[in-house]
Design a protein around this ligand. Structure first.
Ligand code: IPM
Ligand code: MN
Length: 373
């Protein structure tokens, strides 16, 4: 018998990588939201879990076991939590480390472009430590290069362990491909790209700038400006509205996006997408947060908004993605908060734990128009 399916109903395989710390708590809510979307829109999402980070080291000795990598290479999208464990942070002698799992995964899957949208929900204007009138209307899209730079350049110790080095290195093709992505995105937005480097000091930044300038000739409809990273760090807080698309290297992007998270009220709100030529990976920009692990108070909205990015970018499900974003917006509009985004005057009954926040959002997911007549 031939099973009749509408061609807008899709079957997709998603791997969940909870990782460490609050990773498991927040991805559980991200998954719930995806399940709700499948239910409402008639899609079939198959889920599989795999190990990464400290959790994987404990069980297998490796931060990214082959079994995990194989699953990732054959799925349609990845929802990732976080990696890291305090035991490694002050012990440089430990050679096998949770973060290696994340870095290896980015490299192996060719996830060279990390999109970090910084969008402030109006309801959270008061949750940031930056003045509301400075913040209002901020909407920045970061393109952080993710598989090059000092993260992957040659590193080591020498001089009888008295000297250590990391190499900041960029190849022209690496800058070209991320620059193209940034310019293409700018075309769909306010048509401005700010490229951030340290070209007054670093040779790799001079190659970066030269290459971005060359790529920009193919996008004459998009305005390009260059900023040094120190000045950009200042301007982000001074006048966040002056930015549209920002493109920068791996290390500068890591630092600037944590800073920029304050423009969105909290780290707990920020989602990210890592894409390249194959499968896409979606994750909060926050880390494993061991100080609050197991307390059930972590903000799941970054993971939920990562799920929204997944639907949009990897599955082309714009309507489904918007349904998730709208649900988050409505939940915030009704006054519900997790502790990290609660304000002094938030009534205690509106401060939700991780699980209840996820549940609230799920309850607000609706299909705009019914597809069936
Ligand atoms: C991030 C994280 C990672 C990074 C760490 C955990 C290796 O801070 O995704 O921003 O530096 O890229
Ligand atoms: Mn980071």
């Amino acid at each position: 018998m031939i099973k009749h399916t509408h061609d807008n109903k899709m079957k997709k395989r998603i791997v969940i990588l909870p990782g460490d710390g609050i990773g498991a708590e927040v991805t559980a809510e991200g998954r719930k939201v995806l399940e709700r979307i499948a239910e409402i829109f008639g899609h079939t999402f198959e889920f599989d879990n795999a190990l990464i980070g400290h959790a994987a080291i404990e069980k297998t000795g490796s931060p990214l076991p082959d079994a995990t990598l194989n699953k990732l290479k054959s799925c349609d999208a990845i929802l990732f939590g976080a990696v890291g464990h305090p035991k490694y942070d002050n012990d440089p002698t430990l050679k096998v480390r949770p973060e290696q799992g994340l870095l290896k995964m980015r490299k192996e899957l060719g996830l060279y472009a990390n999109l970090r949208p910084i969008k402030l929900f109006d309801q959270l204007l008061g949750a940031s430590s930056i003045k509301p009138e400075v913040l209002k209307g901020s909407d920045i899209l970061f393109f952080r290069e993710l598989t090059g730079d000092v993260y992957f350049g040659e590193k080591g110790r020498m001089n009888e362990n008295n000297t250590a080095y990391d190499t900041m290195i960029y190849h022209r093709y690496e800058v070209e491909r991320i620059a193209h992505k940034a310019f293409q995105a700018a075309r769909t937005r306010r048509k401005k790209v700010t490229s951030v480097d340290k070209a007054n000091v670093l040779e790799s930044s001079r190659l970066w700038r030269e290459t971005v300038n060359q790529v920009s000739r193919e996008y004459t409809d998009v305005a390009l400006e260059h900023q040094f990273v120190d000045a950009a760090a200042m301007k982000l807080i001074q006048n966040p509205r002056s930015f549209d698309v920002v493109v920068t290297g791996n290390l500068f992007g890591d630092i600037l996006t944590d800073e920029a998270s304050q423009i969105a009220g909290s780290m707990g709100m920020l989602a990210s997408a890592s894409v390249g030529d194959k499968v896409g990976l979606y994750e909060p920009i926050h880390g494993s947060a061991h100080d609050i692990t197991g307390k059930g108070i972590a903000n799941p909205l970054a993971s939920i908004l990562s799920a929204a990015l997944l639907l949009d970018i990897s599955f082309g499900m714009k309507e489904e993605s918007n349904a998730v974003i709208n649900a988050v917006e409505q939940t915030l509009a009704e006054g519900f908060r997790t502790v990290d985004i609660a304000e002094k005057d938030t009534p205690t009954e509106k401060v939700l734990n991780t699980h209840l926040m996820g549940q609230r959002v799920c309850g607000k997911i609706h299909q705009k128009e019914t597809i069936h007549s």
